[in-house]
Design a protein around this ligand. Structure first.
Ligand code: NAD
Length: 419
């Protein structure tokens, strides 16, 4: 096991948002220095045997960014682009995301640099078991609680939980969240992030005097977050005028049939060939006239290149890091409101918290209870962030960071520095 610390681009961008908010808080310089350093970064080799019998070696990562408010919490990403830098940035964001909705967790994230689409089920299982085995000493319900992220699934969480449980010789469902229901998953977890996105989008629309009935919405990314947010916004009366996925974008001014598009994507594994709208490019999609834009695909989609052409009145960040700091400044100047990722997509980790709590209690809630408590948390903290934004005359993003940083720093001060 090797540990290393470095700061490069994605993490650098992430720190830019932190710095803007930290400058407005009267932070102790030592605390500020500490907050831009991850507590622990772990890199390790993952050897495994291919189905062909050949040995292959991948690289695994886990970053535990901050523990002030509780065990580290954050997903595991399986993607060819995974680097220590990216995982560190994602763990940094998780710290503020958990704090902004006041969950008793710190921030963490992990990943394996691999392309899961090219791996068989058996290979994925062997990689996951080795990944989990490498981390046995540093994860656990009171240490660090992983979850799914891009490229990982409830099945992968089940293998992680089984490997950990075998090592410690007891049943420990609370070591990971996002598990299948049969082994301690929570009802409502699959829909949680999209549900949270739609809740805060509707709350902000009401504040802006935008009637959801007939409001136009563009959604980039039609996976878990994008498709569920779209479905729930339609239920509230909105008209989804464009959707997209990695294969292309589709525009229909009179409204995409979201349920039909979900069924199409399920059957064909993507929207490729979807006929419910005119085919446009992903670039055009982001620049369509609309009331609300929901980027729910990838990082760095709204940049200095396209920010001046975006026509939405409100942007709700379903994805992590879809807006670069430069684009963020352009939107602020243009009066376009953004509900930042650390708040807008916090519904997923909130229901992960419910899953962890249910696993520890051994008592499981009804789906209506999960959804009700999720709405309470999202709307309570959305209101608090809005209040700080108004009081301090800052954007919702800066306000969300200020609130989150303040909560983390208070915990750090109360705990003090262990000599
Ligand atoms: P997903 O894999 O289910 O869906 C991603 C979607 O984006 C797919 O439809 C994919 O085709 C599309 N996409 C990929 N590249 C694209 C491109 N260039 N243009 C347009 N669409 C593209 O993933 P997800 O779980 O929905 O996650 C989406 C984002 O939300 C990620 O940034 C993720 O980190 C973030 N997020 C997810 C959760 C969660 O609980 N799932 C929680 C918090 C944040």
């Amino acid at each position: 096991m090797i540990t290393a610390v470095r700061e490069v681009s994605v993490f650098g961008d992430a720190i830019a948002y932190f710095n803007e908010a930290a400058a407005l808080l009267d932070l102790d310089p030592g605390i500020r220095r500490l907050l831009i350093k991850p507590s622990r970064q772990i890199i390790f080799a993952i050897p495994f045997i291919r189905d062909s019998g050949e040995m292959e070696v991948f690289t695994g990562y886990r970053v535990q960014y901050n523990f002030a408010r509780g065990p580290a919490k954050g997903g595991i990403r399986y993607h060819p682009g995974v680097t220590l830098d990216e995982v560190t940035a994602l763990a940094f964001w998780m710290t503020w995301k958990c704090a902004v909705v006041d969950l008793p967790f710190g921030g963490g994230k992990g990943g394996v640099t691999c392309d899961p689409l090219t791996l068989s089920r058996g290979e994925l299982e062997r990689i996951t078991r080795r990944y989990a085995a490498e981390l046995v000493e540093v994860v656990g319900p009171d240490k660090d609680v992983p979850a799914p992220d891009v490229g990982t699934t409830p099945q992968i969480m089940a293998w992680f939980m089984d490997t950990y449980s075998m090592h410690v010789r007891q049943h420990v469902p609370g070591v990971v969240t996002g598990k299948p229901l049969e082994i301690g998953g929570s009802r409502g977890r699959v829909e949680a992030t999209g549900r949270g996105v739609s809740l805060v989008a509707l709350a902000q629309m009401r504040r802006m005097g935008l009637d959801p009935k007939g409001a136009t919405v563009v959604v980039q990314g039609f996976g878990n977050v994008g498709s569920i947010a779209a479905k729930l916004l339609v239920e509230a009366g909105c008209r989804i005028v464009a959707i997209s996925d990695v294969t292309g974008a589709y525009h229909n001014e009179s409204g995409i049939d979201v349920a039909g598009a979900v069924a199409y994507a399920q059957e064909h594994h993507s929207l490729d060939g979807y006929r419910g709208g005119e085919r446009i490019t992903n670039e055009t999609l982001l620049e369509l006239p609309c009331d609300v834009l929901v980027p729910a695909a990838l990082e760095k989609q709204l940049t200095v290149e396209n920010a001046s052409r975006v026509q939405a009145k409100l942007i709700v960040e379903g994805a992590n890091g879809p807006t670069t700091p430069e684009a963020d400044r352009i939107f602020a100047e243009r009066g376009i409101v953004i509900i930042p990722d650390i708040l807008a997509n916090a519904g997923g980790v909130t229901v992960s918290y419910f899953e962890w709590a249910q696993d520890r209690a051994g008592y499981f809630w009804k789906e209506s209870e999960v959804n009700e408590r999720l709405a309470d948390i999202m709307l309570e903290h959305f209101a608090k962030v809005s209040e700080v934004a108004q009081m301090r005359n800052v954007t919702l993003r800066t306000a969300a960071y200020m609130l989150a940083i303040d909560r983390v720093v208070k915990s750090m001060h109360m705990r003090g520095v262990y000599a």
